[in-house]
Write a protein that binds this ligand. Sequence first.
Ligand code: AMP
Ligand code: MG
Length: 460
Amino acid sequence: MTLSIPFDNSYARLPDRFFTRLAPTPVSDPRLIAWNAQLARDIGIDRGPLTDAQLADFFAGNTLPDGAEPLAQVYAGHQFGGFSPQLGDGRAILLGEIRTGAQRLDIQLKGSGRTPYSRMGDGRAWLGPVLREYLMSEAMAALGVPTTRALAAVATGDPVLREDGPMPGAILTRVAASHIRVGTFQFFAARADRDGLRALFDHTVARHYPQVKTAAQLVEEVMKSQAALVAQWMALGFIHGVMNTDNMAVSGETIDYGPCAFMDAYHPATVFSFIDRQGRYGYANQPRAAHWNLAQFASALVPMAPDEEAAVEDFTRLINTFPDLYEAEWLRRFGAKLGLADPNDTDRALIAELLKHMEDHGLDFTNTFAALADTIPDGLEDWAARWQARQPDPALMARANPQVIPRTHRIEAAIQAGLQNDFKHFEAMLDVVTRPFEPAPDHAAAPTEAERVAHTFCGT
Ligand code: AMP
Ligand code: MG
């Protein structure tokens, strides 16, 4: 009995030095934790009469679906500012791609065993980060944010050793527009591999930006996608946590959910990631981090240009337009949160004033905006009068301000229950966070002081 996935694997047709072909490492006792039936239907994967146990076998990597050409992709990347010339899928295997309409989608197992790029890692993932990524990425999709998706989660039956001792292993099946990262371009640039760069450029353009002809145009398109993406993150209080260049997808999707979190109380300096001691990737630093990554992306494309010096000048000019692009996106998103379809500079000041008030009073970011149409926070009466004078559109506000987000303390509780083999919390939470614009009073509350989780774990 096989799983019907209509594979058409274009990445596997790229030159050999783009990846290493290898199969996932089998696991002892695969069990299906979650199956995204809706996503499967949407992308044309038919489980047919397969039982959960058979499905688990496929998404644990124990059985390969027909047409899969498993491989680990190689890439490079700046991690917290330092360049690693070779990273790669250290614990992920691309099974292949499927086509839905004009789009190609990668089907990737994450946590599927060691690869030549594993370095010191065990190639595995434990249950916590798998449940976290599942909840986060599906919530982001429901919130309308470009993101990789979660198709399945399986428990492996094998323990994984982490800081706190042995944890149950798990594998996430990730669906992505592609796994081409800024760091993928950096890999070839660092080797002055112009043919490799050209092949990657052609592949990327065909896949994501078919109208693009030149490297400069690609820089511009990726810049636009990232400006729009990061503005969406900011408008939702989302903190990615590890904006290294290997974790920035050229497609413009949110990718690599690690120590990410939605902010509860608003503060621009909010950082969750335990390993981010300097706050490099804290909430307010995200646009700057994106800008810096885009500069690295442009640098990686320079060796493609016939006149490299001219390209450096060109690309520098281009990259310098990022702050304006981003600011425009930011204003549009935050304007919408206040019900203003066409916000101006006075509105920008109005938004800043509200955020300052939220910061000074430790107000919950999501809930303050969600309630704003009905409830003005104390001390903002004068502000509210000026805002009302702008005739905010309540329908626009309702579409821009979610009622519920996946809160860190709730994810933590779902993981703790999952560790006891109880996935009802996870399922209930998934159901609610994938309908984020519907009221869900039981799930919307900010954490109490005792419930607050200060740090997201680093041992993913
Ligand atoms: P990240 O910052 O989590 O996206 O990971 C950075 C790099 O470390 C990537 O190349 C990952 O494939 C690799 N990596 C992370 N965790 C593991 C692991 N448990 N085993 C092997 N490689 C890993
Ligand atoms: Mg990564």
